[in-house]
Design a protein around this ligand. Structure first.
Ligand code: BGC
Length: 249
């Protein structure tokens, strides 16, 4: 089944149709910049352009950078605060006329990795962590997602852990890979203590093979630790996969 996946981030909104049996994009993705400010109506307009761009009429899966419960946003990171309390599902149904499913971006990336990437067929406790502007998390137990864990918001040194150890902190504080890996290690120690995962999948921009080489050997966990395999398509693929049971309009 082909489902349109749309990944909404702080800098770009990306969409493509996905073959949800194979986990592959069936057309080149469309990427449009996230409008500043990224208020619900502004984002809905961009989303409509992507849906129209593919002349799409079927189900659509969306990722959002925040906690999403039953389609409603409970937090919002790197997009306008006007999303908090907004019914994203309703907003996107109205904008597109399509059946819609909305989930957290890291949950979606995890869903994609579990179905088609680094977590394929993994049992036990699997933790997907995405390192970017923030830190996103997707927790799975025997393949089932425990949604909205938001482990980037755990406290570390008196602030959110993502302020200390996200990929953006490396850039902001001008850290070497070694220094940054030291911070990530502190974070991973904390997370391991809480969840004792069997497998940790590291995602986000730092999961590209060229980058992984610079820090993965510096990290030590009792869990097996592997880089994500779907890179920046994971959000689109996971969103589409999660929405595959929706009926076409
Ligand atoms: C947000 C999460 C999101 C993560 C990655 C965090 O700041 O709170 O919802 O998954 O960033 O985008």
């Amino acid at each position: 089944m082909i489902v349109l996946g749309i990944d909404i981030g702080g800098s770009g909104i990306k969409g493509a149709p996905v073959d949800t049996a194979a986990g592959l994009l069936t057309a080149k993705r469309i990427r449009l910049p996230t409008p500043p400010p990224a208020r619900p109506a502004d984002v809905a307009e961009v989303v409509k352009k992507i849906v129209d761009g593919f002349n799409w009429k079927g189900p659509v899966g969306f990722t959002m950078p925040g906690r999403v419960k039953h389609g409603v946003m409970h937090t919002a990171a790197n997009i306008d605060n006007g999303w908090v309390g907004a019914d994203a599902q309703q907003i996107f149904v109205q904008a597109t006329g399509c059946p819609v499913m909305v989930l957290n971006d890291a949950d979606a990336a995890g869903v994609a990795e579990m179905a088609f990437g680094a977590g394929r067929a993994s049992q036990g406790v699997v933790l997907m962590l995405t390192f970017g502007t923030g830190i996103g998390s997707g927790l799975f137990c025997n393949g089932i997602l425990v949604p909205n864990t938001e482990l980037g918001h755990l406290r570390l040194h008196g602030d959110k852990a993502e302020a200390y150890a996200a990929a953006s902190a490396k850039k902001r504080d001008n850290l070497t890979w070694r220094d940054w890996a030291g911070r990530v290690q502190e974070y991973l120690d904390h997370v391991e203590f809480l969840f004792a995962p069997d497998l940790i999948i590291l995602g986000g921009g730092v999961s590209r093979p060229k980058k992984v080489k610079k820090y993965l050997h510096l990290l030590k966990t009792t869990a097996r630790m592997v880089p994500a395999q779907l890179e920046n398509e994971a959000g689109i693929i996971g969103a589409a996969y999660a929405a595959r049971s929706l009926q076409a309009a």
